[in-house]
Structure formats: structure tokens, C-alpha cells
Design a protein around this ligand. Structure first.
Ligand SMILES: [Zn+2]
Length: 501
């Protein structure tokens, strides 16, 4: 045997396309040639593999001409994940491991110079693809729990190249990794019961959770906007198995831990100084950005007008499509980005416009300039806009606890079931589907048109009012929105008047 073929996988977004490592030994000028246009990191792999083999006591075929081919050539091949397949390919090609030992097997792992196996990123998408291919998977021990999340797959974890070879030679079989007990993390997040007062904002949070609506809180500092936003994941339905896997796969390719986060709805709160690359994606290493890390969860943008206008503009497209495309010379990566947006803002630069406790000292010119920083098209995608006023002192010290997250979540779950029967979250309904779901009575429709006209609200605002009214009807157990729901829904357009949106 002078030609060896080993199966492994590249990382391309959340996909893990197959890569075949071919190792050919020939007589001729000694040396090692890598083909398949691997990136610089793979060239470093050559040195690690050589040291790992020699330091583990294997023969390195020094006197032969070695050709290494990673096919297909045009896949990106960054990272150390190809070390182990290359090392095993050399062992097979040089007759130290029989080729049949690797049939039905895939492997990935970075080698230390002494032959120990180091974890690699993106193991979960890789393991899911291996499972679909019906093969077994050898991975570094530190990646075993993550690989086992892929489900019905034989995961063979190992700490050292010597262990892998002893297994392949049938000397000391590696016991398949028992999948970790992935019980959803039930550690309760922050609870709504801790929020004092703010009845309208709490109500809006529940409506947002029930219908999947994006939400904007506006109010002076210290009124609990962040406190409220961080409690949204706790009143959303639990992640489905499939959603949890998506979240874990995104964390996996980001190199973030998964175990303690399994089943937890993401809550991401990037700072307003975040760049477009960090928030939306791109850059030289196309890793998942904040909006992808918030997939199936909540993206919280505090001090929304402080974000650069450019950053907010580039968020529009992924908000529409629920995913982000990152174009590269030869490849396009696609990451999911289906998040729910909660934003917060002060009413003016100093924060105290309309605050009875403290006077606003902004100039007449500053206030409209500040508010105009919000992009209209972004506001168009925010169904709920709510003022969070400064609380009177007696409300702040009130001992009266609000409803707990668990109680609110029960109502949210019931409403989500009604929407599932209709086939879409209310926040996603538009055009004809929205009109049909609402089925307003003629009198209510005419009344609403008149109100919107008087308030000088746009046609787009009309649809946002309808979507929210439908969620309010669902919460009330009504078949369709009536006058009460329409009135409440119009109340959630407070900033339209302020911002003339
Ligand atoms: Zn001010």
C-alpha cells in the first residue's frame, strides 16, 4: 500500500463538506508536497504531523517522496483539524496501519508535537455530517461531548495519536463516547417578578414574546429597560431540539462552549461601538457574527441611536431574510440569523426629555438630530414601540412583586400554539395573509383608517398595528382583533408620532 485515502471534513459556515486526504508514497527525491491549494495553516500542519509521528515512535517515511492531496482543491482548509487525517494517511501509506482499519471512519483533530490530540472548532456541524454519511468519527477527547450532540453517531474520543493507532490495530479498542446527559439547562434566568411597576412595558414584553415582534423601549436612564429586555428569553417557549442544535452548531464554529448553554435561548447584547463586521459579519475570518449568535434568541441593542448608521443599515437585509450571506472569492458562507430584536433608547442625548425627576438640558436642535439617527427602514421592522417612563419614588420602593416569568410564559405558549395552527408567527405575517388572519369588521377597518390618517401614520404603520392587534386578540382568546385590540395596538406606535415615521 503506497496510496492511502482518509475521510474528513472542511468547515464552510455551518456546513461541513467532505474532504478526502490522499497520501501517496513514491520513490524519488525525498520530501513532502502538499497539493489541493491548502492555506498556510495546513502547511504548518506538515511540521506538527512529522513531530507527532516521530515523537510517538512511528516511522516517518523520510526516504520517500510524499505527495499529500486534500481534495476537492477549492474548499477552504483553515485550522489544525487535518493533522490527524494526514498523520493516519501517512501511517496507512507506509504500511504501519492497515487501510481497512479506516473504512467507515472519519476523523479530525489537531496534533501537538508530542502526539497528543487538541480540540478543534466546528466539531458539531462536522459530526452531524458524519452521521448523515453513516460513518464513525474519531475526535479529540475534548470535542467528544460536542460531537455526541449530533445524536445517532458512534463517537470515538481519544487523547493521543498512540491511542488512535492502538484502536485501529485492534489492540486497545476505544469505547464509544456515551452521549452527555444533555438535559436542557433549567437554571432559571432573570425573572420578571423582580421588575417593579412598568405595567405597560411588561405588557409589551409579553406581546413581543407571544407574537415574535421586535420591540423598542424608549425612556430615561435607570427605568429598567435593560432589566426588562434581558427577561424576554425567559418568557419565550423552550427551544425545540432542532433549534437547540442550530444554536449549538453556531457556537461550535465560533469556538464557544456549548455544554452549559445547551437548550438556552441566546441573549446577545453587543455594545454600540460594535463594528458592522462584529455585528453582522464579514471580515477576513468569516466567523458567525452577533446576529448569528443571537439566532433563535434575542438581540438586544441598548442605546440604539448611538450605533453607527451604517451598522444599522446593514442589519436590514438579514432581518428580512433571517440569514446572512458572506461572499468570499470562491465560496459563499451562509449563517442563520433569525433573531428577535429588542432595542432601547433614551428620548434625547441627556436622557431626561419628559422625565419629571430631572430636567432635560438638551438644545432644541440636539433632540431631533438625535432621534433622526434611527434609520426609518429599521424602525419599520419594529412592531412595538413603548415608552418606559421614570417611576415615582413610591413605585420604586413598592414591595408588590409582579407576575413571575413562568406565569407569563404559560400565556405565551398558548398563543404560540394558535399561531402554529395558522402556520406563521404574527410578526411574520404581511399583505394578504395578514389581512385574512385579522378579518377586521368593516366598521373597525374604517375607524382604524381614520385614526391613522389623523395621527399621520404611514401605510406600513397600518400593517404593524394589524400584526400587534392580532397578537392581542390571540392573547385575549378572540377570533379576530376588535376595537379594544386596535386601540391598544395604536398605543404601541408612540414613537411614530415622536419620530414622524
Ligand atoms: Zn435631554
Amino acid at each position: 500500500m503506497t496510496l492511502a485515502i482518509i475521510h474528513t471534513r472542511a468547515g464552510l459556515g455551518l456546513e461541513a463538506p467532505e474532504v478526502v486526504v490522499e497520501v501517496h508514497l513514491a520513490n524519488g527525491l525525498p520530501g513532502m508536497t502538499l497539493v489541493g491549494l491548502p492555506e498556510a495553516a495546513v502547511k504548518e500542519s506538515r511540521e506538527r504531523v512529522r513531530s507527532a509521528l516521530v515523537n510517538s515512535g512511528f516511522d516517518f517515511p523520510n526516504t520517500r517522496r510524499i505527495t499529500l492531496n486534500l481534495a476537492p482543491a477549492d474548499l477552504p482548509k483553515e485550522g489544525g483539524r487535518f493533522d490527524l487525517p494526514i498523520a493516519l494517511g501517512l501511517l496507512v501509506a507506509s504500511g504501519q496501519v492497515p487501510p481497512e482499519a479506516l473504512s467507515g471512519v472519519e476523523c479530525a483533530g489537531e496534533l501537538a508535537l508530542d502526539g497528543r490530540l487538541r480540540p478543534v472548532t466546528g466539531v458539531l456541524p462536522l459530526a452531524m455530517a458524519t452521521r448523515r454519511a453513516g460513518r464513525r468519527l474519531i475526535v479529540p477527547l475534548a470535542n467528544a461531548d460536542e460531537a455526541a450532540l449530533a445524536g445517532d453517531l458512534e463517537v470515538l474520543p481519544s487523547d493521543h495519536l498512540l491511542e488512535v493507532v492502538a484502536h485501529l490495530l485492534g489492540q486497545t479498542p476505544i469505547a464509544p463516547h456515551r452521549s452527555p446527559s444533555v438535559v436542557p439547562t433549567l437554571e432559571p434566568g432573570p425573572d420578571l417578578a423582580e421588575v417593579r411597576g412598568q405595567h405597560q412595558a411588561r405588557r409589551a414584553l409579553e406581546v413581543a414574546a407571544a407574537g415574535g415582534h421586535n420591540l423598542l423601549f424608549a425612556g430615561p436612564p435607570g427605568t429598567g429597560k435593560t432589566m426588562l429586555a434581558s427577561r424576554l428569553p425567559g418568557i419565550l417557549p423552550p427551544l425545540s431540539e432542532e433549534e437547540a442544535l442550530e444554536v449549538a452548531a453556531i457556537r461550535s464554529v465560533s469556538g464557544l462552549s456549548h455544554a452549559e448553554q445547551w437548550g438556552v435561548r441566546p441573549f446577545r447584547a453587543p455594545h454600540h461601538t460594535a463594528s458592522a463586521v462584529a455585528l453582522v459579519g464579514g471580515g477576513s475570518k468569516p466567523r458567525p457574527s452577533e446576529i448569528s449568535l443571537a439566532h433563535n434568541g434575542v438581540l438586544f441593542l441598548d442605546e440604539l441611536p448611538e450605533f453607527s448608521r451604517h451598522v444599522l443599515e446593514v442589519m436590514r437585509e438579514p432581518m428580512e431574510s433571517g440569514q446572512i450571506h458572506i461572499a468570499r472569492a470562491s465560496h459563499e458562507r451562509r449563517y442563520p440569523a433569525g433573531f428577535q430584536l429588542v432595542a432601547a433608547m433614551n428620548p434625547c442625548p441627556c436622557g431626561h426629555l419628559g422625565d419629571p425627576r430631572q430636567a432635560c438640558h438638551c438644545t432644541a436642535a440636539q433632540i431631533p438630530r438625535y432621534q433622526a439617527r434611527l434609520s426609518g427602514p429599521l424602525l419599520d421592522r419594529i412592531d412595538l414601540q413603548v415608552e418606559v417612563p421614570a417611576l415615582a419614588p413610591e413605585q420604586l420602593t413598592s414591595r408588590e412583586a409582579g407576575e413571575s416569568s413562568a406565569v407569563v410564559r404559560e400565556r405565551v405558549l398558548a398563543v404560540r400554539e394558535r399561531q402554529a395552527a395558522r402556520g406563521a408567527l404574527n410578526a411574520r405575517l404581511a399583505g394578504q395573509a395578514l389581512e385574512e388572519a385579522c378579518a377586521l369588521q368593516a366598521a373597525d377597518r374604517a375607524w382604524l383608517a381614520g385614526v391613522l390618517e389623523r395621527l399621520k401614520l404611514s401605510a406600513r404603520a397600518y400593517h404593524r398595528v394589524l400584526r400587534v392587534a392580532l397578537t392581542l386578540a390571540d392573547l385575549a382568546g378572540e377570533a379576530r382583533p376588535g376595537r379594544d385590540q386596535l386601540i391598544e395596538a395604536i398605543g404601541y406606535r408612540q414613537l411614530d408620532r415622536l419620530l414622524k415615521g
